[in-house]
Unconditional design. Structure first.
Length: 93
């Protein structure tokens, strides 16, 4: 995803993610931090995703993405990203 987002930025092309990944508030924040420019999610999750991404700064989302990229596996990536997205826990996300 990181490589695709970088290629999109270099080519001035939007990069979008849809489905389950875009519907998870924390993962949506990480995707934005990676450089994804649009998200398409289930209508039932829009409010939570919007609340998550508007409560965070881009720097926080980018830092969470960088931390996730440094992980050796998916579980560690989630844990490291969540440490940078601690505001979401207080929102119940």
């Amino acid at each position: 995803m990181h490589q695709v987002a970088n290629a999109g930025e270099r080519s001035n092309c939007p990069v979008g993610v849809c489905g389950e990944a875009a519907s998870d508030p924390a993962l949506a924040a990480v995707l934005i931090g990676l450089g994804v420019t649009s998200l398409s999610c289930n209508v039932s999750t829009i409010q939570d995703v919007a609340q998550a991404i508007t409560s965070l700064t881009f720097v926080e989302m980018r830092d969470a993405a960088i931390a996730a990229l440094e992980a050796s596996n998916a579980a560690e990536a989630k844990l490291l990203a969540r440490k940078h997205l601690h505001k979401l826990a207080s929102l119940g996300l």
